[in-house]
Design a protein around this ligand. Sequence first.
Ligand code: CO8
Length: 268
Amino acid sequence: MFITNNYETITFEVKEGIGHLTINREKKLNALNSTVLSELKTLLNHLIEEDKGQTVKGVLVTGAGEKAFIAGADIAQMQDMNVEEAREFGALGQEVTLLFERLPMPVIACVNGFALGGGCEMAMACDFIYATETAVFGQPEVKLGLIPGFGGTQRLSKVVGRNRAKEIIYTGRNVKAEEALRIGLAVKLFASKDEMIAGALKTFSFMTTNSPNAIKISKQVMNGGNDLTVEKGLGLELDQFAAVFSSEDMKEGTKAFVEKRAPNFTGN
Ligand code: CO8
């Protein structure tokens, strides 16, 4: 099957309908080189275009080992890039972040250890972030003479507010888990990686009893509305609110409520 073990730098395993995506370069703290990004692009495109949420109901993203989620883009690979190569590399990383946002199913980033630079950016492209108590976030690019290039200058402001994002990006400082929780970057902390994975699976178990179609459309409207004025966002919401009335899931969900039984959603 497409999803298992055909990759060099990532693994993807589906267990009970949840796709476990692991960035698998533990010795390099799961740093993102172009192979990782290309493999992520292939996998995410497949989930969007072929699977479409039929077998994979949610995606849990984590990093191999205990030390890092992703310690950033691969600095060794970047150091000799020219302007054109940097643009290509940045575009690939940005495309991967957009693909995470376009996945029709919910995506939880489970951040174990370092989520720096491109790692923080990948986590922010997921729907929300769970983290271990020892997780460390940050956008340290300015320490290397770089700027965030996989969406950090845009998404961090939207998550934590522009001025706080500026303080984090200009200083390049570490943001520890407790602070990440306080400023809304992480939504829940766990004592260990195992407890975090179990917590994410529990959250998926709640989400997957709901209409997959309604979650998919909520995600589209929330991500799409993020860049719009409230008025335009409300227009988008209204269009989709009306459109779900033609879905099987809406008919089933409301019917089940009236009949006082659990709904049987198909995702259509
Ligand atoms: N890239 C490449 N290799 C890395 C990276 C990285 N980002 N992070 C760690 N590694 C490697 C180390 O080189 C080391 O390899 P080796 O064993 O072969 O020497 C191995 O992983 C283990 O790392 P350390 O020995 O450094 O582990 P420590 O526990 O001492 O330190 C740290 C852990 C603090 C996380 C440290 O590794 C570190 O500072 N890493 C870099 C963090 C960073 O600056 N990240 C941001 C990178 S820039 C970025 O992400 C930009 C994104 C947008 C790019 C757009 C391009 C156009």
